[in-house]
Design a protein around this ligand. Structure first.
Ligand code: IPM
Ligand code: MG
Length: 353
């Protein structure tokens, strides 16, 4: 099994090694035969070579089944195109799965009293291939336009993924849209409803502005949420409030051939190099990779080890701790080893993929 490892820029270089050491542990202990393929792309490469990602990099990524990705800095230079968006497009990673599930103990750690962890267990399923990310733009001095594309085909395939996920959970799907203003969203809404109904999933819908408010005020009302590209982008950062820190938010980008796992946070140039980035989002992204590969026990061990870090307050400054990225990573790895050796046989209860 070929697994590409992209550290990228900024804190990507700090958090990904912590996830990789957990992957290495399982790979070596259980002889999984994972072949790691390091791939260098991003701003660092652009500065060095003039190209942030090459056709060869894309070919290399296409030869891998799984990709673990850190973060990439995008600069405001007309010749610099987003690497992440190119990878999503070329590999057709059309479903972006973003769970909003607090790590047990985090509300206590952060003294969050106005909501309960048990009330928050949501998955945002973000359409990842079109919408306002179509890339079809005309940029001028007096007028600039970006074309928002909604197709039935892309809406159907994202609705199918979201509905199947809903069927495995509470059988409840919410379509988030703005069809009162954007008529393109009527096609998205109608298609999602049709697909969900054909699969026997209970479906309702909300306008995105109200949903943004309600997500934070009444998260217990939601389970699986499907939405268009930009709304999903914004709502997943907003939803990270319910996690206590964006440093705890993992995600998966799924296509028919490959799956790509990344923390929701970016490269965070403001804290890069200080060794204080929270590695948990990257480690939970690895956990999602394990879920995807059916490694439920190992995913469960990671969950438990991450909870132990929260419980023992071995956390980075975003969670009011004083520990470094490396110290938190090393602690979580030590707990993974300890629980593994003790033969905990815990299936990951929240396996999403
Ligand atoms: C995300 C990021 C990306 C996006 C950027 C870096 C292109 O914000 O994964 O949420 O907009 O999708
Ligand atoms: Mg984003």
């Amino acid at each position: 099994m070929r697994t590409a490892i992209i550290e990228g820029d900024g804190i990507g270089k700090e958090v990904i090694p912590e996830a990789v050491s957990i992957l290495d542990y399982f790979n070596e202990t259980y002889h999984w035969g994972v072949e790691k393929v390091p791939v260098e792309v991003g701003l660092g490469k652009w500065e060095r070579t003039g190209s942030a990602i090459t056709d060869e990099d894309i070919t290399l990524l296409k030869s891998c089944d799984l990709i673990l990705f850190g973060a990439i800095t995008t600069v405001n230079d007309p010749s610099y195109k987003s690497v992440l968006l190119r990878i999503r497009k070329e590999l057709d990673l059309y479903a972006n799965i973003r769970p909003i599930l607090p790590v047990p103990g985090v509300y206590k750690l952060l003294k969050i009293k106005d909501r309960k962890e048990a009330d928050v267990n949501i998955v945002i399923v973000r359409e990842n291939s079109e919408g306002l990310y179509s890339g079809i733009e005309e940029i001028g001095d007096e007028k600039s336009t970006t074309l928002r594309v909604v197709t039935k085909k892309a809406s159907e395939r994202i609705a199918a993924i979201a509905s199947d996920l809903a069927a495995e959970r509470k059988n409840s799907l919410t379509v988030v849209h703005k069809s009162n203003v954007l008529k393109s969203d009527k096609l998205f809404l109608d298609t999602c409803k049709q697909v969900a109904e054909s699969k026997g999933v209970n479906v309702s819908d909300k306008l995105v502005d109200f949903f943004a408010y309600d997500l934070i005020m009444s998260p217990e009302k939601y389970d699986v949420v499907v939405t268009t590209n930009l709304f999903g982008d914004i709502l997943s950062d907003l939803g990270a409030i319910l996690l206590g820190s964006i440093g705890l938010a993992p995600s998966a980008n799924i296509g028919d051939k490959q799956a790509f796992f990344e923390p929701v946070h970016g490269s965070a140039p403001d804290i890069a190099g200080k060794g204080i980035a929270n590695p948990i989002a990257a480690i939970l992204s690895l956990k999602m990779m394990f879920d995807r590969r059916g490694k439920k026990r190992e995913a469960g061990l990671i969950n438990r080890a991450v909870s132990a870090a929260i419980h023992d307050k071995i956390v980075t400054p975003d969670l009011s701790g004083k520990y470094s990225t490396k110290e938190v990573g090393a602690f979580i790895l030590s707990k993974v080893r300890q629980y593994d050796a003790a033969s905990f046989c815990l299936e990951d209860p929240d396996g999403l993929l």
